[in-house]
Design a protein around this ligand. Sequence first.
Ligand SMILES: Nc1ncnc2c1ncn2[C@@H]1O[C@H](COP(=O)(O)OP(=O)(O)OP(=O)(O)O)[C@@H](O)[C@H]1O
Ligand SMILES: [Mg+2]
Length: 451
Amino acid sequence: MKKISSLWVRSLKRKLLPNHLLGRFVAISFLPLISLEIALGGFFYARHWDALSHRLARDISGEIQSVAEWVDMTNLSDSEIQKNLKRLGTNLALEFSWKPNQFLPDQVKKRASKMVKPLKSELSGIHFPFQLHDSPYAEQTISVQLKRGILQVVVPRKRFFSSTVLVFLGLMIVSTLICFGIAFLFMKNQVRSMVRLAKAAEMFGLGQMDYPFKPEGATEVRQAGASFLQMRSRIQRYLKERTNMLAGVSHDLRTPLTRLKLQLEMLSQNTTTKDMQQDVAEMDQMLNGYLTFARGEGREESSFVEMSPFLNSLIDKFKKTGHDIELHAKTEARIYGRPTDLSRAFGNIINNATRYGTKTQIQLQKKQGMIHVIIDDNGPGIPAKKRIDVFKPFYRLDSARNSQTGGVGLGLTIARDTILSHGGEIRLETSPLKGLRVIISLPESQSKALK
Ligand SMILES: Nc1ncnc2c1ncn2[C@@H]1O[C@H](COP(=O)(O)OP(=O)(O)OP(=O)(O)O)[C@@H](O)[C@H]1O
Ligand SMILES: [Mg+2]
């Protein structure tokens, strides 16, 4: 039960929180700020604005009551009352007018709009019958019934409405927007340094060892960047050492091997020497394979490779030597990588197909950001339990089959090395042509300006 609820909370969090780091940063820093502002706004409204509106309304009703009492008691003529009211009105910022011999209809109770509610409730301080002609958001007119007529008072908006709340709200919104803008720019910079690090790591995975990258941003991100650079150079150094050692050993072995070859030639020829000569020739071939592999590695620059023309030109070479080979490439696909290394890798696989079978079919497909090259042949195939071993250096299946085909057993090793260093993978299956199916998957490149 606990597990289910924690899963539910996690999935809700995943749905509610933005996916991108920048969105998360913004949500984390602004949700508390906005909640605080809403709480402060509510508090301000309840305590300050409401109280202020009531006090303003109370003042108005007191003033109207005093003026109404004076008009009710005075013996002055109507025109003099009118004159005095005008003067009073100017002083009190209210507009009074005297309507002698007029009477209010029966009191009609109206619902006051929210804005004039404080005014309406405070008008109970007027001890004469009165009527409020409520018009929201504008000046209010109050008619007070006196003995001899009606005293009409127009209350301008500024007398009962405090604009502080609007100024306060406006300030709050503007300051939030300014903070938001500054934080957004600042966070974008922080996120950019992480995106660059992710890109450099991705390119490293694709075999591009020298992708330009400089640690930047916050200390932690810079530390991660510096560690990445250290790791990258350590791996580069390790690979270089391994390749150099391989080249060195192969090179050094060649001299005694050549000597051995010459000595064997000088011996009287019999079956033993013939076997020994064959072994020496095989060793020579292996060393040559290693040397070619070691020399070619890590020297080449990456570039965009259009798969369809790339495969076409590759199989043209095989077609020229009379092999039955077909290419089905209905899709346009591009990868980013080292063309010579790739052509050696694909060449090794196609070479195997033509060497161990008589018919080869190649397909090019594109799925979910990956390109897949499927190479089928009608040869004897590779049993499922040997499909891992054949990638080991110098591993060859049964010698009877291989004595006629001649090879050293490095083809698949080199191909897998190249494909993995391009961020791809290579799989062996049984082909519908009854032979071997090799599936090579590589990440598709979308952008032209990758570098
Ligand atoms: N298409 C295939 N059909 C059947 N067996 C295969 C096929 N491809 C490879 N093999 C088997 O896997 C072994 C390893 O292949 P790999 O390409 O590494 O070496 P190789 O072809 O023997 O020599 P080379 O180094 O010249 O390529 C081969 O010796 C062969 O027995
Ligand atoms: Mg091979």
